[in-house]
Design a protein around this ligand. Structure first.
Ligand SMILES: Nc1ncnc2c1ncn2[C@@H]1O[C@H](COP(=O)(O)OP(=O)(O)OP(=O)(O)O)[C@@H](O)[C@H]1O
Length: 359
């Protein structure tokens, strides 16, 4: 396969893949090598890895590096589309097939003929849809909603999940046969914490992508702190950090203290903002009185077991409230502060029963 060469930021020729998937750590090099290998085939690939680690970027890279490059690439978040609409989104529908179907509409499979479909958050797909997707993968055919005509499609499927699908399979929520069909090759996308040596290059990459903003520089101690950070939001969190640093400190040289403040944006901004909108949770069992001790900074009683899942959920709920308040109720802005995708925040708000209420 031909390797596309481009000019790098320092006049070094680099491949298009190196320019897309940044990093020279062993993990990044291995990932690029796996992308090159799977791009040569048509096999279904399942990408596993934590949120924000770059799964969608990897899916795009597999598409771009292969023979399907130049053909459509469609990214669909299965968790963000209501269950009753996903079939028509993927397979299309005939006019009049359901209320609101005022015209015939092609689904993503037909519209992406010859190309690739990326099904993100595949673990959220409803069980009845899983059966239909399995048929597509086995027969390479689809049936539009409201039609009985079987149509052939030539589309490569790449899927992704940050969930533990093994337990979803054990709980009967995810079909094992679909898992094997989707994951002919399973590719692990590494967390940022497992490749911290890529952080300086990623920072330069994101700074180059923000041409309007003056770059900041980092003292050695500041860079050391960045490399010690846990990065729960992975590369997405790092990109947001670079953006925040450029907006607030463009042109400056930042020390470790500045970086510590920037890494904790809600703490840094909280005192300056009033909270004009409140968010009312419906009872979730995580209310203050019932909340676990450690989530409120108290040490657990000696010998008392720590319910880690509950602790994490309590902290997550608190941070969602803080971010929504800081963002004046604008969900996309709150998601940015939390370094989450908007759809992920909506899912979490639904999970905790957080509803917006005007003050
Ligand atoms: N190695 C990388 N080089 C350059 N940019 C990267 C890299 N990995 C991730 N990114 C960037 O980080 C951001 C998050 O990546 P992406 O949306 O692909 O993550 P994801 O794993 O699909 O997230 P989610 O699980 O929430 O859907 C994007 O802006 C992406 O371009």
């Amino acid at each position: 396969m031909e390797t596309k060469m481009i000019e790098g930021g320092h006049n070094n020729a680099m491949t298009a893949l190196e320019a897309l998937i940044i990093g020279h750590s062993p993990a990044a090099q291995h990932l690029r090598e796996m992308i090159r290998r799977v791009a040569r085939s048509n096999a279904s690939v399942m990408l596993c890895g934590p949120s924000g680690s770059g799964k969608e970027l990897v899916a795009r890279a597999i598409h771009d590096e292969g023979v399907r490059s130049g053909k459509p690439f469609a990214a669909i978040n299965c968790g963000a589309i209501p269950g009753e609409l996903i079939e028509s989104e993927l397979f299309g529908h005939e006019k009049g097939s359901f209320t609101g179907a005022t015209a015939r509409r092609l689904g993503h499979f037909e519209a992406s003929e010859g190309g690739t479909i990326f099904l993100d958050e595949i673990g959220d797909m409803r069980f009845d849809m899983q059966v239909k997707l399995l048929r597509v993968l086995e027969d390479r055919t689809i049936v539009r909603v409201g039609s009985s005509e079987v149509r052939g499609v030539d589309v490569r499927v790449i899927s992704a999940t940050h969930q533990d699908l093994d337990s979803a399979i054990a709980d009967g929520k995810f079909r094992e046969d679909l898992f094997f069909r989707l994951g002919v090759v399973v590719l692990q996308v590494p967390s940022l914490a497992s490749r911290v040596e890529d952080i300086p290059a990623l920072i330069r990459h994101f700074q180059r992508k923000m041409p309007g903003e003056a770059k900041c520089r980092f003292e050695d101690a500041a860079m050391a702190l960045l490399m010690q950070h846990r990065w729960p939001g992975n590369v997405r969190e790092l990109r947001n950090f670079v953006e925040r640093a450029s907006v607030l400190h463009g042109g400056e040289t930042l020390g470790a203290d500045d970086v510590a403040m920037l890494l904790n944006p809600t703490a840094a901004f909280a005192p300056r903002y009033a909270a004009p909108i409140s968010f009312v949770p419906t009872p979730t069992g995580l209310e203050e009185s019932a909340a676990p001790a450690a989530a409120h900074g108290k040490a657990p009683a000696p010998g008392r077991p720590i319910d880690l899942k509950r602790e994490i959920e309590t902290i997550e709920l608190e941070q969602i409230h803080v971010a929504l308040d800081l963002a004046d109720g604008i969900i996309s802005e709150a998601a940015r502060l939390l370094t989450l995708k908007r759809t992920t925040l909506i899912e979490k708000m639904r999970k905790y029963g957080v509803h917006q209420q005007a003050a």
